[in-house]
Ligand binder design. Structure first.
Ligand code: NAG
Ligand code: NAG
Ligand code: NAG
Ligand code: NAG
Ligand code: NAG
Length: 368
């Protein structure tokens, strides 16, 4: 009984954002907020009332394709509506959250977020389905996601099964992202990139983690033992064969391969009032990554007054807009070199937009 109750509580905290479908009204409130000049699609939503995002001509095209027939697993693909034939755009590989136990790319919340992000960032996106832990415990979600990433990589030479990816995906600019449990899976993709085979020549340019679900037995600032106990029980249920809450799957600082993660740039978002107590874990991840010897670029943005996955529950709020703007900047940044450890060619701190991020963030970390 206790176990069920515990899981239910964690379920509520970690997954509420998946169930709250953002009311996409008043998108025009975005219009006046910030200078949009660097971003092609930033403020083109017409804001004409409740269905503005759905009805806007800037809403991307999307379609579902099965990438793993064995388990009937699909991915939802997105591309901007005004894309030209054979035009190459950055590719965003997106992994949804939901505490490993709920959610799918087809949920309204995830779909609306991807719609707006694809349009703003002007990217092609692949939002993947994976087997949830109730159907198959970890590592199934990791393995499925890896299968999906390999499927994406199979388009690198322009002769994969999916035409949108053959035509439009710029494989020099692949970004992997996820929220909450999806961010945990995204990190595992980076570990697999270092330790397993994928298509020759395939690389990931950057990793974008929103409120990543990591944990560990050692409590960080603001974390409570009672919550940690709940997570331990929950983790035991969804991951019965792992070694517990310090397993590298949940506590990346214990992963001997951490320094080898397969991406040169990291962007992390956390929230001050994260009710799942995941705020410090995002900071800790960035810190441990630096300490491991990994020498890439990183930034962490901490949103004051906001909760877990706030950016999914209200797409039009000021802070959600700032979060997405900063993803757009991260993806479309002109980097001086795609190799690991290089500095960005442009100093982000000179951008007026970035100053806003600094004001909001408790601290912004960077390695030069
Ligand atoms: C496969 O999954 C889709 C949703 O992703 C569902 O609509 C369909 O019924 C499933 N097919 C089978 C054979 O289970
Ligand atoms: C866990 O381990 C048992 C025994 O080795 C195995 O039968 C089972 O398939 C494993 N479960 C998962 C999810 O890997
Ligand atoms: C997951 O993948 C690993 C190799 O990456 C494999 O050893 C393991 O058996 C797989 N587990 C499942 C449940 O598919
Ligand atoms: C949003 O960001 C501002 C800083 O610009 C902050 O003061 C505020 O508390 C944040 N959160 C909410 C819920 O508005
Ligand atoms: C979303 O945020 C906007 C701007 O802060 C606010 O006006 C609106 O009421 C919010 N919507 C919901 C559903 O909370």
């Amino acid at each position: 009984m206790h176990r069920i109750l515990s899981s239910f509580i964690l379920y509520c905290f970690l997954t509420f954002s998946v169930n709250i479908h953002p009311a996409i009204s008043a998108v025009n409130s975005i219009n006046s907020a910030y200078d949009s000049s660097p971003f092609k699609h930033m403020y083109e939503f017409d804001g004409s009332g409740g269905s503005s995002l759905m009805g806007s001509e800037t809403v991307p095209e999307s379609k579902d394709i099965v990438y793993l027939p064995e388990f009937n697993l699909s991915a939802r693909l997105y591309r901007p509506i005004d894309i030209a034939a054979n035009q190459k755009l950055p590719l965003l590989f997106y992994i949804h959250g939901g505490a490993f136990i709920i959610g799918s790319p087809f949920d309204e919340g995830n779909h609306n977020f991807l719609n707006i992000l694809v349009s703003e960032a002007n990217v092609v996106a692949v939002s993947i389905q994976y087997r949830l832990a109730g159907v198959c415990p970890l590592p199934c979600a990791y393995n499925d996601s890896w299968t999906a990433l390999k499927w994406v990589a199979s388009h690198l030479n322009g002769d994969g099964p999916e035409d949108w990816l053959n035509q439009h995906a710029d494989f020099q600019r692949v970004f992997v992202s996820g929220d909450s449990a999806g961010a945990n899976i995204a990190h595992q993709m980076a570990i697999k990139l270092a330790t397993e085979e994928i298509h020759e020549g395939f690389s990931v340019a950057g990793m974008i983690l929103c409120h990543p679900f990591f944990w560990g037995s050692e409590l960080l600032h603001g974390e409570t033992q009672s919550w940690s106990d709940l997570i331990a029980i929950f983790w035991g249920q969804i991951s019965p064969n792992s070694s517990g809450i310090d397993d590298p799957w949940l506590n990346p600082s214990r992963d001997p391969n951490l320094a080898r993660v397969g991406f040169p740039r990291l962007q992390v978002f956390v929230s001050e009032k994260d009710s799942a107590q995941l705020r410090e874990r995002g900071w800790y991840y960035a810190q441990k990554l630096r300490e491991s010897g990994w020498s890439g670029y990183q930034e962490v943005t901490d949103f004051q007054g906001e909760d877990h996955d706030f950016h999914m529950s209200n797409l039009t709020s000021r802070n959600s807009t700032i979060l997405r703007n900063s993803i757009v900047t991260f993806i479309n940044q002109e980097w001086s070199d795609t190799s690991v450890g290089m500095k960005p060619s442009r100093d982000l701190s000179n951008s007026p937009f970035y100053d806003m991020i600094l004001m909001i963030g408790r601290r912004v970390l960077r390695t030069d």
